[in-house]
Design a protein around this ligand. Structure first.
Ligand SMILES: Nc1ncnc2c1ncn2[C@@H]1O[C@H](COP(=O)(O)OP(=O)(O)OP(=O)(O)O)[C@@H](O)[C@H]1O
Ligand SMILES: [Mg+2]
Length: 248
């Protein structure tokens, strides 16, 4: 966890968002995270979670409050893998290096390392349509990691995956987090996903969304998949679900 006054990668203070249509999506949201923080956000559909992430990434502007991003590089992982269909897995990941003007040798090497890290060794030359949904999401994660992000934003990246693949991806992601120690902000509808992945769960109320509870998660990384079957885990997911139920 970040110490008070320590390095902060992302700080939101009193952030509100009102769209020109009149919809108030967020009111008075404050949060801060730094390296080694993996914060998940759960809340009812339409409470402003994606809006929160879009504000943090600079895709939207807040109507009130301040947003301070102190990351040299930020990665954004969406619900669908958003890959370029005409490029192989490797060339999708290399795109990041291309945009940064890295040499061909350098970007190839870094793309290969990232693909190895997400368990796609041997699939480099396959095109997205030749990969399963889980593998496409792995390519998407590799593309996010190859940027060496200081801040990683995730908007329900595993929402479209089947349950078994989803649990696998959660296990992979927290291993990667342990290695890379970026500051992570992760949106999900799944309470158990939130608890398994994060250092802290933020619970949001129904629209207009505000943060109604901050629930710290105590376990070190890497986390064994079987953690999900322990009484401590059930107690914490129960607490998050209860809070969510009170405010939706
Ligand atoms: N560009 C926009 N213009 C107007 N209203 C918007 C815009 N984007 C989002 N909204 C509204 O803001 C509210 C919050 O939307 P948002 O997508 O942030 O919710 P969410 O919590 O991510 O929902 P879900 O869990 O279903 O993904 C909704 O009422 C939505 O209709
Ligand atoms: Mg959303």
């Amino acid at each position: 966890m970040t110490e008070p006054g320590g390095a902060r990668t992302l700080v939101l203070e009193g952030v509100s968002k009102r769209f020109p249509t009149g919809t108030v999506a967020l009111t008075d949201v404050s949060l801060g995270l730094g390296p080694g923080d993996f914060v998940t956000v759960v809340g009812p559909s339409g409470c402003g979670k994606s809006t929160l992430l879009r504000l943090a990434s600079g895709l939207e502007r807040a109507t009130a409050g301040s947003i301070d991003v102190r990351a040299a590089s930020t990665s954004y992982v969406f619900q669908d893998a958003t890959l370029l269909e005409w490029r192989s897995a490797a060339r999708n990941v290399e795109l990041v290096g291309e945009l940064r003007g890295e040499s061909k040798a350098e970007r190839r090497k870094r793309a290969q390392e990232a693909l190895d890290l997400v368990g796609l060794t041997g699939f480099e030359s396959q095109h997205p349509r030749q990969l399963s949904g889980g593998m496409r999401m792995r390519v998407s994660l590799a593309r996010a990691l190859v940027a060496e992000p200081e801040l990683a934003l995730f908007d329900e990246p595993f929402g479209a995956l089947d349950e078994i693949t989803r649990l696998d991806m959660q296990t992979e992601l927290q291993k990667l987090f342990r290695l890379k120690r970026f500051a992570g902000l992760f949106i999900t509808h799944s309470v158990s996903e939130a608890v398994y992945l994060s250092t802290k769960v933020l619970v949001m109320s129904g629209r207009p969304g505000r943060i109604v509870a901050e629930i710290p998660v105590p376990w070190d990384y890497p986390r064994a998949p079987d953690l999900r079957h322990t009484a401590e885990f059930a107690a914490l997911t129960g607490r998050v679900s209860h809070t969510l139920g009170e405010h939706s």
